[in-house]
Design a protein around this ligand. Structure first.
Ligand code: ASP
Ligand code: MG
Length: 465
């Protein structure tokens, strides 16, 4: 008997059949005696389409395109509802709701066509429709299965945020309002992920992929026993199964480990999204929609020891290396500060940093898309003075091994690099933060997948975890 908050998104809510399945799953967990609250994101792909149509409307101002898009959205949601809900009365009610919402949405788009511009505020208003259309269908499917259910927007459920449109943050009072609005639970409430309201009642969003964040805010606020994120993958895996087909589900990882993982491409959950849950020590689980009985991965507050220290190996491919060097940098304070400030100003995402103790060079790995602007920023910042040379290399990848057990365990780095040496893979740059949760290194992209395979084998990640 537990209080469970469950979040569904992506393929789990792609169409009516899947929504029906979600409803049935929720019913099953409730029938077993649990309390269940559902957070849903938009039907798969809808948020992208909403944003795309808004940009097009602002640019081209073609109201016929808008009409066409609204027609397609109407058809898709009506079909989804028809596939998810059998009772004609519930179906009719839900489809009427869809029509009303899409009517309002169309007006907003037409407004944008005439104005020729979109503001962050109007983008939030528009992009939040995907969830507002999906939640009533799911709630209807649950009622159709004989269980009381009501749909809420995030704002109605009590998520009140700052007015930072596109990236709003919940205010502290959210955690009091949610239990006031939802508790005691009546049946299975279905709440839209992603969207909220600011203090003036204007729609805000929590950033792309924000439904996970909504779920952990709600779970934290109602004191859930666990928060479950249903995904299409089998929880968090030891590595990318496309590289190592034998990759396995990790049964338990700490929040810190999860954070290290998501920085390196294993983006199952954004660490920021689960922060409210972790702060209150609510266990978070990543479960697979297609395999409902499997336990998935549990993400917990404190470290979970593992006999062999490494839990996962990750690979980041779309990255590039920048090297700043010059003899004058030696013993000259402020070079690093200037370099990082210059890159930050242009919005460069820095993935890895290393400086040798000689201080003659600083190497950074950046997002490949940011390479050009990062280099330009550095060239402008250091015309001729201390820095002699700025070079780049975009044929590289970052490999990382992750596991909190390596903290204070000697020999992990030795094993990593011995494995690379044995496989004849050249290591170009190395970085480990003092937290010792992660050793990252740069190799040539052509060697990267082989490096991952070697490490997966070296640390016995095929075996029992
Ligand atoms: N629908 C939103 C998005 O696609 C939120 C989410 O899916 O979590 O970004
Ligand atoms: Mg989505």
């Amino acid at each position: 008997m537990a209080r469970l908050v469950m979040k569904f998104g992506g393929v789990s809510v792609a169409d009516g059949k899947r929504l029906r399945h979600v409803g049935e799953m929720a019913k099953q967990f409730r029938d077993e005696g649990n309390e269940v609250v559902i957070i849903t994101s938009a039907l798969q792909g809808v948020t992208d389409q909403l944003l795309e149509c808004a940009r097009k409307a602002a640019k081209e101002g073609n109201t016929a395109d808008v009409e066409d898009f609204i027609k397609r959205l109407t058809e898709r949601h009506n079909q989804t509802a028809a596939d998810a809900i059998k009772d004609p009365k519930i179906l009719k009610e839900v489809q009427e709701g869809t029509a009303n919402k899409l009517n309002d949405l169309e007006k907003a788009y037409v407004g944008i066509c005439y104005l020729g511009e979109i503001t962050p505020r109007s983008l939030d208003y528009i992009s939040g429709y995907g969830e507002q259309l999906a939640a009533p269908i799911l709630s209807g499917a649950i009622r159709d299965l004989g269980i009381e259910s009501k749909d809420y927007t995030g704002g109605d459920a009590g998520i009140i945020t700052t007015s930072d449109y596109g990236d709003a943050r919940p205010l502290e009072k959210t955690y009091e309002l949610i239990p006031e609005r939802l508790m005691p639970l009546k049946g299975i409430p279905v709440i839209t992920g992603f969207i909220a309201k600011d203090e003036k009642g204007v729609t805000t969003t929590l950033g792309r992929g924000g439904s996970d964040f909504s779920a952990s805010i709600i779970g934290a606020a109602i004191g859930a026993d666990e928060i479950w994120f249903w995904k299409e993958t089998q929880g968090v895996l030891t590595t990318d199964p496309k590289i190592v087909p034998e990759a396995k589900t990790i049964p338990a990882i700490s929040y810190k480990e999860a954070m290290e993982l998501s920085f390196f491409g294993a983006k199952v959950l954004h660490p920021r999204a689960i922060e409210p849950a972790i702060k209150r020590e609510i266990p978070v689980r990543v479960k697979c929609t297609f395999d409902i009985t499997s336990a998935g991965t549990q993400i917990v507050h404190s470290d979970v020891p593992k006999k062999d220290v490494i839990k996962a190996v990750t690979l980041a491919k779309n990255v590039a290396l920048l090297n700043i060097s010059g003899a004058e940098m030696i013993g000259a304070p402020g070079v690093a500060a200037r370099a990082f400030t210059a890159m930050a100003r242009t919005g460069v995402n820095i993935i890895m940093i290393s400086q040798s103790s000689s201080e003659a060079n600083i190497s950074v790995v950046v997002d490949a898309r940011h390479l050009e602007k990062a280099e330009a920023a550095l060239v402008t910042e250091f015309p001729h003075d201390q820095v002699k040379e700025i070079t780049h290399d975009n044929g590289i990848s970052v490999v990382a091994v992750v596991g909190s057990g390596m903290a204070g365990t000697p020999g992990v780095a030795a094993r990593v690099f011995k494995a690379m040496g044995g496989a004849n893979i050249n290591v170009m740059m190395i970085s480990q933060a003092a937290s010792e949760h992660n050793i990252s290194f740069v190799v040539r992209s052509k060697d990267a997948e082989r490096a991952v395979q070697e490490l997966h084998r070296e640390f016995g990640l095929y075996g029992v975890l």
